[in-house]
Design a protein around this ligand. Structure first.
Ligand code: HSE
Length: 419
């Protein structure tokens, strides 16, 4: 029998306990051994819970228990979780975690510490979708050309409701929190950080690249308004928060931001809390992974799959997918050099000569306009909605600064990259 201890028995931890119980016979048949949760750690022991496992508020009760084979870390956060996981490894316990923030900062140190102790983390990216298994094992014959996808269910849920039902940003964020999709601090979702943590994990498996969140371009959905959604609809786009990793020669581009995605693309059709990730390999071509990216049962499904894997073999596999360093190391591409088409919303005082001055600044920065709309905003102001041809990020950023400084421009232009 394999015994599991869970650190952090919240929504996902409770689902792990329930799945291991409700699906015990199929799980035992698949693993070749019975798996039970022996104990769990919670912060507040007096809170009423419908669980028949031993509960404690002391992590050491689990970490030092000689009967526990696998420690499941579901407490979240970075520093405390790092201490707990290190201690579990020091005590030779296999580890399963869903903690993307921990891995975004410490995955290489954890890989060095784990060595031949099994360490699995399928639930850290895209909840129930087995994307880590797919990338690490199923696609291991390929050079990965790109990874692009919806990696945050909260943002996708919000953008879908804002687009389809016109629901206000604050109202829909509250709803996503109530449904249990959002992180404890929802800034991680709407600011793009949660998606960035996941992208960095995937980029390590695909490219062996050791970047931290601070090293890459991360933007959220906070500035998107109904004007942008209206433009998107009129020109056949959906607005999605995407994580993008792209190989370009010896460089890898890593970025998270809102994108205008043509409605004809599969990613544009992924709505609600669902996640969807496209991976292009040089031999396999494009593969697409779709499923629930958040929620107790979906996330616990991936956690339990890792527990079964460990119970089956008891062996580790290279945690980040590389058994030895990759020849010809890839480096991170500078954000300045990103090439894209761009959409800009410029709020201006509606008076003579404004458009001419704005378009002159586009020309000065060598940026070519593809499409333009003007929509009145109030009696004296209007929104200029402009899409460009392919341009270079640093030129766009310089131009935005110049436009923002004009006296008839009411606030810094909003920019969304077009896929
Ligand atoms: N807050 C995350 C999301 C949960 O909305 O996708 C899953 O990582």
């Amino acid at each position: 029998m394999i015994k599991v201890g869970i650190i952090g028995v919240g929504t996902v931890g409770t689902s792990v306990v329930q799945i291991l119980k409700e699906n015990a016979s199929v799980i035992s048949a698949r693993a070749g051994v019975d798996i039970v949760v022996k104990s769990g750690v919670v912060k507040n022991l007096s809170k009423k819970r419908d669980l028949d496992i031993v509960l404690t508020d002391n992590v050491d009760d689990v970490l030092n228990d000689p009967e526990i084979d696998i420690v499941v870390e579901l407490m979240g956060g970075v520093d405390e979780a790092f201490v707990v996981v290190k201690k579990a490894l020091a005590n030779k316990k296999a580890v399963v975690t869903a903690n993307k923030a921990l891995l975004a900062y410490h995955r290489y140190e954890l890989q060095d510490m784990a060595k031949d102790i099994p360490f699995e983390y399928e639930a850290s990216v895209a909840g129930g979708i087995p994307i880590i298994n797919a990338l690490r094992d199923g696609l291991s014959a390929n050079h990965i050309e790109s990874i692009m996808g919806i990696m945050n269910g909260t943002c996708n849920y919000m953008m879908t409701k804002m687009t389809n039902e016109g629901v206000a940003y604050d109202v829909i964020l509250k709803e996503a929190q109530e449904l249990g999709y959002a992180e404890a601090d929802p800034t991680f979702d709407v600011g793009g950080f949660d998606a960035a943590h996941k992208l960095l994990i995937l980029a390590s498996i695909a490219y062996g690249i050791d970047a931290k969140p601070e090293d890459i371009l991360i933007e959220g959905i906070q500035n998107i308004s109904q004007f942008d959604i209206m433009f998107a609809k009129e020109f056949g786009y959906a607005i999605k928060l995407l994580g993008i990793a792209k190989k370009d020669g010896n460089e890898v581009e890593l970025r998270v931001h809102a994108c205008l995605v043509p409605q004809t693309q599969m990613i544009a059709k992924i709505d609600g809390v669902m996640n969807g990730i496209s991976v292009v390999g040089d031999k396999v071509g494009e593969t697409l992974y779709y499923g629930a990216g958040a929620g107790g049962n979906a996330t616990a499904s991936a956690v339990v799959a890792n527990i079964i894997d460990i119970a089956r073999s008891g062996k580790s596999r290279p945690m980040l997918g590389f058994d030895k360093p990759l020849e010809g190391k890839l480096t991170l591409k500078s954000t300045d050099n990103i090439k894209s088409k761009y959409y800009l919303r410029i709020n201006v005082s509606d008076k003579a000569g404004v458009l001419a001055r704005i378009t002159k600044i586009f020309e000065d920065n060598n940026i070519s306009i593809a499409t333009m709309l003007q929509r009145p905003c109030s009696e004296n102001s209007a929104n200029l909605l402009i899409a460009t041809h392919t341009s270079i990020e640093k030129d766009i950023q310089a131009m935005i600064q110049q436009i923002a400084a004009l006296d008839f421009v009411n606030f810094t232009p909003v920019m969304i990259r077009i896929v």
